[in-house]
Write a protein that binds this ligand. Sequence first.
Ligand code: NDP
Length: 335
Amino acid sequence: AKVLVTGANGYLATWVVKKYLEAGYSVRGTVRSLSKSAFLVDKFANYGDRFELVVVEDITKDGAFDEAVRGVDVIAHTASPFHYRSNNPDDLIIPAVRGTTSILNSALKHGSNVKRVVLTSSVVAIFDLTSLPRIFNESDWNDASVEAVKTKGSAVSPYTIYQASKTLAEKAAWQFVAAHKSEISWDLVAINPPWIFGPSLSPAPTVDDINTSQREIYDTLTGARTGAQLRGEGTWVHVAVVAEAHVRATHAVAAGGQRILVTSGPFFYQDFLDLAAELGIPNVSRGEPGSTKGLPFAITLETKKAEEVLGLMPATPLKDVLAESVEDFKARGYA
Ligand code: NDP
């Protein structure tokens, strides 16, 4: 079977491509620039013609994916902006939403072989940080972020803009499926990961080139967070697990029509610094050692569905993924 992976050069997508190839699928990756993505051709050279790249320059254009979807059995749509550099909601929301509807339209019109679409959504499309502490599951939606952008526009934080972009994109996908139920030969699965950590397979010559979630670890280690920020919490999952979740979501029959949270567990930012000390990693910030020991987490994410539907129990220790990330930063020569 052949899978179309959008944004194939991205941090997560490179792992998704790798996992699909290892599972025996053929992969067609879409990228915005071939020159920037040449590393993929080298990396997956031993898969021969099971791996190919096509250019889709502007994913927001109608028909952008018309050619790319021809002949594929599965679509994994990962391409979406993930950064906190813009105060303009359109910068994130337009590519997130139109990129999603554009590929689904192309699948409707030209994807006669497509059986399943796997959408890389996010936990930020699920949790609503205005009502904590809480347990969240796949029936929850982060409507608060959408409402905030609607009422406050560019006065909201870039974090809220990103949350709204993912919420609106995933909603657009489910609405598309509902509206075209009788015309489509495929079903939809949304994978909803929290912070994705672990080594990158992409070249990132400087620390400014790494993706947002890896940067989160780097910044914490280098002292960007202090005081109350160190007691801030997050939830994380290993990049290899999220990639594997995409592959399993492709062939698990019961995944059709589901949103699936894929998460390893919660953390406090101080944990990275305490674990870095335990691992003996030199030249990193120490923060306020032990200050989060025993503190309760405000956000709990249910993991039942990932276990039941995908057979995933991704309970990797944070310490291991931290060690892997630090190794990766070191190999890249980051200070
Ligand atoms: P990266 O920034 O590494 O990759 C993003 C990919 O999307 C790249 O291929 C990028 O292309 C493409 N892209 C970004 N903006 C646009 C745009 N305007 N038009 C076309 N393509 C675009 O991000 P990640 O790998 O971290 O994220 C991948 C997916 O996973 C996203 O959907 C993200 O929301 C989701 N996700 C990520 C999490 C994380 O912690 N990393 C957590 C939960 C969900 P180019 O290189 O050309 O810019």
